[in-house]
Design a protein around this ligand. Structure first.
Ligand code: AMP
Ligand code: MG
Length: 491
């Protein structure tokens, strides 16, 4: 008998510790699994062998057709508020958890498949995913990671050989996703909504062990846990805002306990700065508009806090007071992270209280001016070197900058200038996933099976802060002819 090493060394704590929070389930058999993108760098970081994964066996596993050795495949139960309305039972309707691995860094991570077929949570859906949205999630996740934003990441994109009916037939695909965990606010809501508070406590204990082990013996550990989640979400939201990321579907089932960005559906990056920017075709009210995101995150955290009320204090009124105070604390945490991240974007090494107004002043100047958000911050670097023209040229009416520029220059004069340009360029990206380039790459892949555009785009986005000769087009907003950008949930 030949000796072989399993592709993954699983240790499945969710299956082991959370009986009742899932249904054991397997992926569908598929006709012709083929890996179209493998994340060799991520595989390597996780202590996996990319060459062993990029095989027929790897393709069978990543398509969901074959459970890998040591897996304990299951569909997770969760509930969630979608666009403000509560659904008591969502769950993995087209996804399964294969299991967890522990990386060379000691971190436990989920290996999860999206698009692997129907489950008991599918309701009306077909349980499938199609290629373009799978590649979009792959691409945007890698871009976010390179921008130093906490995120789930794709390990592989695999076509299945099936055609899936959406608006016409589309190539079927499965995304293999790596996440710190798939615990969501909605996971807590699932049993809280059923009044099963012991279950919620069990879940909180599991989440604490997994994400906040230092709190396991804290005196008010459920409050400390709530505060830790609020802290991580505040940090995450500030980072989204700094780069102009619009998630598009910030439902509570898409809000993680880990603080990672999850579920890249109708997401997009803004070109022109606009707090009202909405891309998702179904977000007609602008609930999840760019500028609304911090408030929505806080609303989602309030939903988490509600699930924990029975565990915060024996007196319910006191528990509600404690929960409310914690959720209100989001605002200050978010604002502190936001301004702390804005300072280096504006070229500041030191902190003054007025920096919040200064940063808001820059955004106020940009509003309604059609200013490309990403280019504006790179142009600020040139302005610190005495060249204001590239910044002014971004504005429809450059006089909108007349009040702000001198205030900023006064502030810079009170700040030590060493390494300023380099420090700014290390936090203000040149390259973000431009919507027109993403669309073009996804279409080429879906229509012609041509992966060259997406491969090149991935390479560009994996090093977003270094301007490179020949990549000028990747730093430009969509041409006028591209029109308003709309993303669809037709995933
Ligand atoms: P998402 O928009 O991907 O966050 O999904 C929201 C909910 O809809 C989750 O419960 C998914 O499992 C479910 N869902 C989305 N697409 C499908 C599909 N094609 N088949 C079954 N369930 C789906
Ligand atoms: Mg989701």
């Amino acid at each position: 008998m030949t000796h072989h090493t399993p592709l993954f060394r699983f240790d499945n704590s969710y299956a082991r510790d959370l009986d009742g929070f899932y249904v054991p389930w397997e992926g569908d058999k598929v006709p012709e699994p083929r890996i179209v993108l493998l994340n060799a760098g991520l595989a390597h970081d996780l202590g996996l062998d990319p060459d062993a994964l990029d095989t027929d066996e790897g393709a069978a596993i990543f398509s969901g057709a074959k459970a890998p050795e040591g897996a304990n495949t299951l569909a997770q139960a969760y509930a969630g508020h979608q666009f403000g309305g509560f659904s008591p039972q969502l769950g993995d309707g087209r996804a399964i958890l294969l299991g967890e691995i522990i990386g060379p860094d000691g971190q436990r991570r989920d290996i999860h498949l999206k698009g692997s077929g129907r489950t008991p949570f599918s309701r009306g859906g077909d349980g499938k995913a199609v290629l373009a949205p799978v590649l979009r999630e792959f691409l945007i996740g890698e871009a976010m990671h390179a921008l130093h934003i906490p995120t789930t990441r794709a390990l592989a994109a695999t076509t299945t050989g099936e055609m899936i009916h959406r608006e016409g037939p589309k190539p079927g695909a499965v995304l293999a996703r790596v996440a710190a965990s798939h615990l969501r606010v909605g996971t807590f809501q699932f049993f809280a909504a059923r009044g099963e508070h012991a279950r919620v406590r069990q879940l909180a204990d599991y989440a604490i062990a997994r994400h906040d082990p230092s709190l396991a013996d804290a005196p008010d550990k459920y409050l400390a846990f709530l505060n830790a989640v609020i802290r991580r979400q505040a940090t995450l939201l500030a980072k989204w805002m700094h780069v102009g990321f619009v998630h598009g579907v910030m439902n509570t089932d898409n809000t993680t306990i880990s603080g990672e960005t999850i579920d890249y559906g109708p997401c997009a990056f803004i070109d022109a700065y606009d707090p009202k920017a909405v891309f998702s075709s179904i977000d007609r009210q602008g609930r999840y508009a760019y500028g609304n995101q911090p408030v929505i995150a806080q609303w989602n955290l309030a939903r988490l806090a509600e699930t924990l009320i029975p565990h915060l204090h024996e007196d319910q009124d006191e528990a509600i007071r404690i929960a409310t105070e914690a959720v209100q604390g989001f605002t200050a945490l978010y604002m502190a992270d936001w301004v702390a991240g804005m300072r280096p974007k504006l070229g500041l090494n030191t902190a003054e209280d007025s920096d919040t107004d200064l940063a808001n002043g820059f955004y106020a100047a940009m509003e309604g001016q059609g200013v490309d958000h990403t280019q504006a911050f790179r142009a600020l670097t040139l302005a610190t070197e005495g060249n204001n023209a590239p910044l002014r040229d971004l504005f429809d009416d450059p006089s909108a900058l007349d009040a702000w520029l001198p205030a900023w220059q006064d502030r810079l004069a009170r700040d030590p200038a060493q390494n300023r340009a380099a420090a700014m360029n290390a936090v203000n990206p040149v390259y973000i996933p431009r919507n027109h380039l993403v669309e073009s790459a996804l279409q080429a892949a879906e229509r012609d099976g041509d992966m060259t555009e997406i491969t090149t785009l991935l390479e560009v986005l994996r090093d977003p802060f270094t301007a490179r000769d020949g990549l000028e087009d990747y730093a430009q907003p969509a041409p006028d002819g591209f029109g308003p950008y709309t993303t669809f949930c037709g995933t």
